[in-house]
Design a protein around this ligand. Structure first.
Ligand SMILES: [Zn+2]
Length: 175
């Protein structure tokens, strides 16, 4: 599948994603039920996931990509978004602070999703970090992709710092 070239992109209308603030193509396409992303950003995420599957054969960084993107697009409070934000932030904590490998983190996060653990809404910070999917999407190989996803993940996790203690507490209940 040919990738969009940048020239074409600059000619189309741009708007800031209401979740991450990235300048993304203005679209009327589908969005996610509770992940708070503009249609243009959601489409870029779909393309990034496709790239991970098709070009990189579902690399370990995939888990981090998903958790980072979801944590950067918390949406508005609802039963599903509350659990989503809590679980994806737990994923970032497991992998970035506790050095969990992706598959082990996934096991624990699946367990978390099925548990009756009560989560509550974490008020998103004013800024969700200076890096976005735009800083990751143009990586030219798996090494560069993995490096960029890690840096992006760290900045998003750092942005949620005021809630780290709560995430650590929820994580401890799972381990
Ligand atoms: Zn976005």
């Amino acid at each position: 599948m040919p990738r969009k070239n940048n020239q074409k992109l600059t000619k189309s209308k741009i708007e800031p994603c209401f979740g991450c603030g990235a300048s993304v193509p203005k679209k009327n396409g589908p969005t996610h039920e509770y992940i708070g992303a503009s249609a243009g950003c959601w489409e870029l995420f779909g393309e990034l996931l496709a790239k991970e599957y098709e070009e990189y054969n579902n690399p370990p960084a995939h888990r981090l990509t998903v958790d980072t993107y979801a944590a950067q697009h918390p949406g508005s409070p609802s039963k599903k978004s509350i659990q989503s934000v809590a679980i994806h932030l737990t994923g970032l904590h497991l992998m970035l602070d506790l050095n969990y490998e992706a598959h082990r983190a996934t096991q624990l996060l699946n367990q978390a999703a099925e548990s009756s653990q009560e989560y509550h809404w974490l008020e998103p910070p004013q800024s969700l970090g200076s890096l976005t999917i735009l800083d990751v999407q143009d990586a030219e190989n798996i090494k560069e992709h993995t490096d960029r996803v890690h840096i992006w993940a760290h900045t998003v996790w750092q942005a949620w710092q005021s809630h780290h203690e709560q995430i650590r507490a929820w994580t401890e209940l799972l381990r």
